[in-house]
Write a protein that binds this ligand. Sequence first.
Ligand code: NAD
Length: 356
Amino acid sequence: MKILITGACGFVGNCLVEALLENCEGLEIIGLDNLSRAGSEINRSNFKKQGVTFIHGDIRSISDLETIPPVDWVIDAAANPSVLAGKDGSTSSRQLIENNLYGTVNLLEFCKQHKAGFILLSTSRVYALKELSSIPIVTDGTHFSVNQTATLPQGLTVNGISENFSTTPPLSLYGNTKLASENLAIEYSDAFDFPLWINRCGVLAGKGQFGRPDQGILAYWVHSWAQKKPLRYIGFEGKGLQTRDFLHPKDLVSVIKKQINHIGRGQKPIISNFSGGIHSARSLLEMSNWCENRFGPHEVTSDLSPRPFDIPWMILDSQQAKKEWDWEPTTPFEDIIEEIAQHSETHPTWLDLSIA
Ligand SMILES: NC(=O)c1ccc[n+]([C@@H]2O[C@H](COP(=O)([O-])OP(=O)(O)OC[C@H]3O[C@@H](n4cnc5c(N)ncnc54)[C@H](O)[C@@H]3O)[C@@H](O)[C@H]2O)c1
């Protein structure tokens, strides 16, 4: 089987290349990346020994895609993945939409032409910002959690946000490029009859992530702590109680293997959440406590000013993936953070590379 992985030099794309090669026999992988993410260049060097064909190309460019031979599946991991993209001045809103939406359309045209299946790595940020911001929250002083005694909105349970939580805009420019990509992928798959899976992922984390304050937070936090670089709790009273769950991208391989070999259409939902879930959820403060035990003390300052699109709490519920795909996350939070800690010890200048 031949697979095109876009964004193959990025954190998730590269992790999937490695884990798919380890876990699937007879796979031929073509990796494509425009190397726009600071640090992504470093992942290119392994491809030759892994037997991966690398194409330095851009999903926005039709002529770059024309050079790619037919494949059985496209896994799309090329995007600007920051929730602040298009808003924070580092990229324009038009650039964001060109990369994340028009790029997807070009890949869908590619799938249409070659009858290739499409796997879109989507995000928990497709869920509605207003509804997420107004989830009733309580705290025990270490993290935020949902107030279970309050009336909860549709799609929210003790397990987190499920697929039927509202996706009504505004979401964020980033979130909406992914939601629009999802919608167009469903239209193309239906109109031109090729298989499609949309995997809505919660926060992904692991060693080798190009962490920044706005994206790749766990890697950013651990590397910064290890190197005694400045850290801030931003917004939400500056106490670091904002809470997320964490999933290692290699845990996605077990379901991707099933998806690319699945025969029959319409028997399973196209869209599913994939996440670390409630057991992997931690606040920034809890991450700091872990880092203090591992690396010793370090000061974190508070910045009370709110950040656009920020939310106090997000835990994604992947009960549907368990039911439909017999899928569960397998890498516990402690293993993910320890993996990053060890990486920070062997790569002390990693943040210089990824924030460049
Ligand atoms: N990291 C997360 O927490 C997370 C969570 C949910 C979904 N996702 C999705 O997973 C995918 C990968 O995210 P990541 O964390 O690996 O980000 P990343 O920035 O590490 O990787 C993205 C890669 O895509 C490349 N790229 C960007 N625009 C491109 C273009 N126009 N043409 C070709 N290559 C291009 C970049 O150079 C980079 O190597 C994204 O689609 C993102 O939306 C990520």
